[in-house]
Design a protein around this ligand. Sequence first.
Ligand code: 5GP
Ligand code: ZN
Length: 116
Amino acid sequence: MTSSDSPDCLFCTIVAGDLPADVVASSDTAVAFRDIAPKAPVHVLVVPREHYPDVPALAASAPEVLADVVALADGVASDLADGQYRLVFNTGPKAGQSVFHVHAHLLAGGHLPGFD
Ligand code: 5GP
Ligand code: ZN
């Protein structure tokens, strides 16, 4: 499924350039933009250009694109922080997923709190 197949998807709209976003990096297959409500000094969302609802769907259908998402996130973490980061894929509403276009939360730029 391509971006144009999901016109009602918020992140497809951002990828298409039809909704403004603070894009910090991009590749042929993925786009990285700042989260509108940052939870860390650096909080960037990294999304594939094509629409997949969540990370298991992306991993099953296009594992090479998942690798691209991780590589783009790693580059952004080096550019905007010190290369140390947390990468989070919320998967499902109970886990906090609210946008069903797979996205990695890249959190960096400081000492991040633990999970306890
Ligand atoms: P989720 O809750 O699905 O894991 O993450 C969705 C993220 O998208 C949230 O962290 C939220 O702040 C962010 N977000 C929601 N709407 C927008 C928007 O219009 N622009 C940007 N840049 N981020 C958004
Ligand atoms: Zn989408």
